[in-house]
Design a protein around this ligand. Sequence first.
Ligand code: ATR
Length: 272
Amino acid sequence: SDHYAVIGNPISHSKSPALHTAFARQCAQDIVYGAIFGPLDKFAECVTAFRASGGKGMNVTLPFKLEAFAIADELTERARLAEAVNTLMFDNDRILGDNTDGVGLVRDLKENLGLTLAGKRILILGAGGAARGVLRPLLEEGPSRLAIANNTPSKAVALKEQVANAAHVSGGGFSDFKGEQFDLVINATSASLSGDAIPLHDGVFADGAFAYDMAYGDGNTPFMDAALAHGVAGVADGFGMLAGQAAESFHLWRGVRPDIVPVIAEIRANWT
Ligand code: ATR
């Protein structure tokens, strides 16, 4: 069998091994997928060691996505745009770096949650690495509006300018979008980690709107609960995005694209 692993810090709660093991079963691929705890100053050494032991590829999670971007010899277009790498493929003597987070989110929204993105108004909360990684794939779906709102408005403006020079895309502070309604609001901030609430203005959600939190855990996130209190039609956490990015990594490595829907249900049912 071929060996793969996810590397992160912390890593013990990672769902990546369960996802890839389920994909391998579904697609009849003979792989072994492990989890590696990366000491904060030893990322490159860990990658080199895994590769030397015969590893074929890795997923990279917090806090190493920028270091993974830096060690890649070759980058895909989407990794270059995201300025972060979540997938490494070892190919002879070169390291290929890819970023499947954005396409993973889009797959979850469309295939798993059944949403349409074309012609829709999308608001992204946050302008850090998580937001950056998903902007281009979302834009490619053809929304009629894409707004980026951030605590620090200048970061949202800078991100907008980097990604798109189009009238329907804009960046600013939370209050800059007061009075506007959105069909899909995506939380890409790390506010929930500090237990802070996100300032959602009344009327931000259009009729039938959906609220998506890139964070996930067992049960609703604070952002999902806040959105439900605003009367949204549906909410989801970011576990499906994790499954979507994993499926795209699997595709890069193995050439087959797993169906994420049954795998999401299976892992949710056995959540630990
Ligand atoms: P990540 O890679 O997860 O995006 P990051 O680059 O540190 O991490 O970005 C964190 C994002 O969450 C930023 O958009 C940050 O806002 P600022 O750019 O203004 O710092 C946002 N964020 C963090 N804590 C927040 C809070 N308590 N309320 C609202 N936004 C918050």
